[in-house]
Design a protein around this ligand. Structure first.
Ligand code: 5GP
Length: 110
C-alpha cells in the first residue's frame, strides 16, 4: 500500500485542500514551490502509463480538480506535472498531478 493510499483512508494525516468523490488534493510534504499540491485519484492507479480507456473521465476529473485548486490558491499561473515512472522522477506509485505555483518556472524543466 502506498503512502497516498494511506492518506485516502486517513491512516496518514495530510493537509487536504480539496476533495470530491473522484479525488483528493493535499499539500506536498516537501514543497518545491510556495504552492505545491498533489491531486490524486481515489482509485489506486499506479502511474499514467497504467491508465486504461475506461479511466478517461477520471483523468478529466483530475484536471478539473487541479483547476479548482489553482483557483482556491489564488494562483495566476501554475505548472502541472505528472512524473510517469522512476526514470521521470516518480517515487510514489499512485498516480498524481503536482500543482505548483507562486514562483517562476523554467522551460525545459530539469
Ligand atoms: P513523485 O516524485 O512520485 O512525482 O511525487 C511524490 C511526491 O509525494 C513528492 O513530491 C513527495 O514530497 C510527496 N510525498 C511523499 N510522501 C508524502 C507524504 O506522506 N505526505 C505528503 N503530503 N506528501 C508526500
Amino acid at each position: 500500500m502506498t503512502v497516498f493510499a494511506k492518506i485516502i483512508t486517513g491512516e496518514i494525516p495530510a493537509d487536504i485542500v480539496y476533495e470530491n468523490e473522484f479525488c483528493i488534493a493535499f499539500r506536498d510534504l516537501v514543497p518545491q514551490a510556495p504552492t505545491h499540491i498533489l491531486v490524486i485519484p481515489r482509485k489506486p492507479i499506479e502511474r499514467l502509463s497504467a491508465v486504461e480507456p475506461a479511466d478517461a473521465q477520471l483523468l478529466g476529473q483530475l484536471l478539473v480538480a487541479a483547476k479548482r485548486v489553482i483557483a482556491l490558491e489564488g494562483l495566476c499561473d501554475a505548472r502541472i506535472v505528472i512524473n510517469d515512472g522512476s526514470g521521470a522522477g516518480q517515487t510514489v506509485f499512485h498516480l498524481h498531478l503536482h500543482v505548483l505555483g507562486g514562483r517562476p518556472f523554467d522551460w525545459p524543466p530539469g
